[in-house]
Design a binder for this molecule. Structure first.
Ligand code: ZN
Length: 108
């Protein structure tokens, strides 16, 4: 079974839920009918969007969410930063791993 990694989860959904949904969707990934395939693909992408919105990457320095546009206070306080004043976003829901776990290629 492919692991779906979420380093930081502050949202509604947890690692176990990502894996359960991925396993359910993967179980239906045997369709030979094009309509069924498209529907399954669309549903999988919707789940990926839902989980990604719920658990975005956070700044490694100040924990701000990815949408944060203000300067990183960690840099102001002199904390180590790759580029001063800029957030260092990482973690969150891993969309590519989720799609792979569902049996979809990342380009879908
Ligand atoms: Zn920051």
């Amino acid at each position: 079974m492919t692991k779906v990694v979420a380093l930081i989860s502050s949202g509604r959904y947890r690692q176990e839920q990502y894996e359960d949904v991925a396993n359910l969707l993967r179980g239906h990934n045997t369709a030979t009918n094009d309509t069924h395939k498209l529907l399954l693909q669309s549903l999988t992408l919707d789940f990926a969007d839902l989980f990604a919105a719920d658990n975005p990457p956070n700044c490694n320095i100040c924990r701000a969410p990815k949408e944060e546009t203000a300067l990183c206070f960690g840099a102001v306080l002199g904390a180590a930063s790759k580029s001063p004043g800029k957030h260092d976003f990482a973690g969150g829901f891993d969309r590519e791993q989720f799609l792979a776990a569902c049996g979809l290629d990342s380009e879908n």
